[in-house]
Structure formats: C-alpha cells, structure tokens
Design a binder for this molecule. Structure first.
Ligand code: NI
Length: 158
C-alpha cells in the first residue's frame, strides 16, 4: 500500500469523466487499498479515484463509521435539502456553502463486486453526492453559494 499524491484544483484530470470498472484486477485492488490509506492520511471524509489521477468509477467514503468502498456507484433517489459548508481534499484550505439533497439512495458494487444499496442522510448524503460528482469531472466549487472561503481554525478550540 502507498499514499498517493492528491491532485489539486487546476489539474485537468479532475475535470474528466471516469470509466466504469469491469473487473477487479490486482491493480484495481491496489488502487482501492491506496485510496483508503490516502484518505486517512489526509483526514478526509471521502476520496474519488480521479483525485489520485485514475479515471475509474471508484470512491471511498468514511463519515466516521468505517470505510465504504463504492465501485460504479449510481444515485437512485434523492430528496430534501441541506445547506452547509463543504470542502474537498483537492481544494485544500478552502470551503464554501453548498446545498445538497438531505437524503440519497445509491447502488454500487462493493470490493467483491457484489451489488449493494445504501441510504444516507445528512453528511453521508452530502459525501455521496460530492464524491459521485468527482466521477463526472465536477467539483463542488462550481456549486458554492457566495464565495469560496479560507478555512479559519478557531485558536481557542483544542
Ligand atoms: Ni472532493
């Protein structure tokens, strides 16, 4: 396993559409293992393969309950609305207000290429939408209401 370099805003690969995964090759398994390691190293909530320069439809999400690997994910249903600050490992030190559905239902293949279904609300719904956008070459910065802002850390907070 290895930590991969996270591509940042301005890198063309982030604007490209990713391709379906047809089979789990050893190379793809290695990519998934590296994506998990890279996500934890960066202390993020989600990471999509194009963020490490690979145009495959794979995302890893961890909202605090352990990693979920989603291969060829697709949103089936969405409802409600939530507006909150959102950030991205490819846009370090920034965040902005984004409105997303408050509920999302998605299907995907797991790491054994078995079909799975997931329902998520709040942060999970947001993370699924954000990561799936990466697979279409879309970044949250296009959706920000108002200005993209610098993340300011509260010095009193320990
Ligand atoms: Ni992102």
């Amino acid at each position: 396993m290895a930590i991969r370099n996270i591509r940042e805003l301005g890198d063309e690969v982030l604007m490209k559409k990713s391709k379906e995964v047809k089979e789990l090759t050893p190379r793809t398994k290695e990519l998934i293992a590296d994506m998990k390691e890279t996500l934890y190293e960066a202390d993020g909530v989600g990471l999509a393969a194009p963020q490490v320069g690979v145009l495959k439809r794979i995302v890893v999400i961890d909202v605090g309950d352990g990693p979920i690997v989603m291969i060829n994910p697709r949103i089936l249903d969405r409802s409600g609305e939530q507006t909150a600050y959102e950030g991205c490992l490819s846009v370090p030190g920034k965040h902005g207000m984004v409105t997303r559905p408050n509920y999302v239902k998605a299907v995907y293949m797991n790491e054994k290429m078995h079909p799975q279904e997931i329902e998520g609300t709040e942060l999970m719904a947001r993370a699924i939408c954000h990561e799936l956008d990466h697979l279409e070459g879309r970044l949250y910065v296009e959706l920000v209401e108002g200005e993209l802002q610098d993340v300011v850390y509260d010095e009193d907070e320990e």
